[in-house]
Ligand binder design. Structure first.
Ligand SMILES: Nc1ncnc2c1ncn2[C@@H]1O[C@H](COP(=O)(O)OP(=O)(O)O)[C@@H](O)[C@H]1O
Ligand SMILES: [Mg+2]
Length: 232
């Protein structure tokens, strides 16, 4: 969308604290990061280091306790719920480890869902969902339900759903974590392709091999960034 804005995402002094009764968990502890438009970033780190919390904030699924989050220069941390939902729906595509598909709905219906929230008319909805499923190679599985698809195919449906609004940014939380090596590889090839088409990708992964597909690898530990390396 905007070639003139290389700095797509900028967080400063970002903090997230979960309070459970008397217990406080500092999930993110003063994160400062910028992510350029069109870049492919992997986030690694041990379980509990704050990776999912960070992705959820970038994706407007959750708000920071303190600090700032700018997206395309806009101060997202000050957004109303309505504007957060709009940003999430138009700019962000989410891909999860467990696919998060509606089990009773067909692949097509799952992919149409973001367009229903967006009140896109039925005919256009179907057409765009079909295009999105074709783009991930599932043109002959549109009427299958998740339990009639392999893990790799389910993740493709989830990616088609993430892409149907043509978001600038794809956020993926361990997208290959539940897949065998070869299905995982085909999902990673899809991400490579999305990156080459100009999407910005931020992907959480446990696996070094998977992370090495990205241009930049950021390590989290205890809610902090402990390393940030660009790959050759
Ligand atoms: N909804 C929540 N309520 C309370 N604590 C949470 C919640 N989500 C995550 N946490 C805690 O925040 C820390 C970071 O979690 P998370 O972001 O899920 O880490 P990661 O994705 O790196 O495993 C952990 O200590 C976790 O237990
Ligand atoms: Mg996690």
């Amino acid at each position: 969308m905007s070639k003139s804005l290389p700095r797509l995402i900028e967080v400063q002094n970002l903090k997230k604290i979960y309070e459970l009764g008397d217990n406080k968990v500092i999930a993110l502890n003063r994160i400062d990061l910028t992510i350029d438009a069109g870049s492919y970033v992997a986030i690694m780190g041990p379980s509990g280091s704050g990776k999912t919390t960070f992705l959820d904030i970038l994706g407007c699924l959750s708000r920071p306790t303190a600090g700032s989050y700018r997206y395309k220069g806009e101060e997202v941390h000050k957004f109303s719920e309505k504007r957060l939902a709009e940003l999430r729906n138009h700019e962000i595509g989410f891909v999860f480890q467990n696919f998060n598909l509606l089990s009773r709905a067909t692949a097509l219906e799952n992919v149409e869902l973001p367009l229903i929230y967006d009140r896109v008319p039925r005919k256009e909805r179907k057409q765009r969902a079909e295009e999105s499923l074709s783009a991930v190679g599932l043109q002959d599985r549109m009427y299958h339900r998740p339990n009639e698809l392999s893990g790799g195919q389910r993740q493709r449906v989830a990616i088609a759903r993430a892409l149907v609004n043509n978001p600038s940014t794809i956020l993926a939380d361990e997208p290959t974590g539940n897949l065998d090596t070869s299905s995982g590889e085909s999902i990673l090839e899809l991400f490579d392709e999305l990156h080459s088409k100009g999407h910005t990708i931020v992907m959480v992964t446990h696996e070094r091999d998977v992370a090495s597909r990205a241009q930049r690898i950021i390590h989290f530990r205890d809610g902090k960034v402990i390393s940030d390396e660009w790959q050759k």
